[in-house]
Design a protein around this ligand. Structure first.
Ligand code: MTE
Length: 303
């Protein structure tokens, strides 16, 4: 294809630049025309934060995904061999319609939205990520939660042939997480399938992962293969591994230090080596939406 001097070839346009274009189109036109031009995922949501999202590069190259190793560079380097098609999620426990759900069937008719969320890791770094996904409550409504259910448990795939970190007992596999049912039903809680309008890269938890923006990042379990509704608080990987350091709730709380470091501030990835640390906000800035879930609870005890 002939190209003009100085013109940008399509392969040079990053997902981020493409996404910015769509957003600019959206701001420049009337909403109806913009939606037609940009596709449904570009509509701004009431849950979006106003901070600029991190670059595609930042979001996809600095990850924790212990199934591929403990170094931040391991997931991007080693997750390419994970086969994510076909993908099945077993949904069981206290639900009306238990079974093995093909991902395509889960996604059928699900309104995929774009949500720009803050993401705060327990290790005191943070990012802003434009996720694509749907509210977990929509899936729970579809399978029908039975009246005795109080918690939702999640499990990640176990496949050591494709997940080299699982050939060692770094953690007690499968990686497990859990939410109280009201946390799971909160409209901020997403099942994400993409970033910047593209499918999730394997290192970010393809093809489907949880995003709970008011909790430390480890709650946001990746590559989910099982969702179980239960009447009892389920075991979670990090609280089993080290109950003194990691609790079931894992709400972002600048007033409760990790036993080995302060949680009062955070380093925004991509800000450069000398960027100032910024104060960490209670519930990662989502207090107005979620603080009510914990009314009357001592969050120093239930950390
Ligand atoms: N999920 C699984 N299955 N395995 C993991 O090691 N790490 C958690 C969480 N989910 C992890 C996981 C931690 S500690 C963080 S900070 C986030 O994933 C990182 O998500 P990101 O790669 O999208 O930034």
């Amino acid at each position: 294809m002939p190209s003009l001097p100085g013109a940008i070839a399509p392969f040079e346009i990053t997902p981020e630049a493409h996404w910015r274009n769509r957003r600019e189109i959206l701001c420049g036109l009337g909403a109806g025309a913009a939606l037609l031009a940009a596709g449904p995922s570009a509509a701004a949501s009431r849950w979006d934060v106003s901070e600029a999202p991190n670059s595609w590069e930042d979001i996809t190259s600095y990850n924790n995904f212990y199934e591929f190793g403990t170094d931040k560079a391991d997931p991007a380097r080693l997750a390419g061999g994970l086969v994510t098609k076909p993908w099945t999620v077993r949904i069981d426990g206290l639900v009306e319609r238990p079974g093995n759900w093909a991902l395509e069937d889960i996604l059928k008719g699900m309104p995929i939205e774009e949500r720009i969320y803050r993401f705060r890791c327990v290790e005191a770094w943070s990012m802003v990520v434009p996720w694509n996904g749907f509210e977990l409550r929509r899936l729970l409504d579809r399978v029908g939660v039975k009246s005795g259910a109080r918690y939702v448990a999640f499990e990640t795939l176990v496949r050591p042939s494709e997940m080299p970190g699982q050939r060692r007992r770094i953690l007690d596999w499968p990686y497990r997480e859990g939410l109280r049912l009201d946390e799971a039903m909160h409209p901020l809680t997403l099942l994400a399938t993409g970033i910047y309008g593209r499918d999730l890269p394997n290192q970010n938890g393809a093809p489907i992962r949880l995003v709970v923006p008011w909790k430390y990042g480890f709650k946001s379990i990746k590559s989910i293969v099982r969702i179980t509704l239960t009447d009892r608080q389920p075991p979670t990987t990090w609280s089993q591994q080290n109950p003194r350091e990691y609790g079931f709730y894992a709400n972002v709380n600048p007033e409760v230090d990790h036993p080995r470091w302060s949680q009062a501030t955070e380093r925004r990835i991509g800000g450069g080596l000398f960027a100032r640390r910024q104060p960490t906000l209670p519930f990662n800035g989502y207090a107005e939406h979620v603080a009510g879930l914990y009314a009357g609870m001592d969050l120093r005890k239930f950390f």
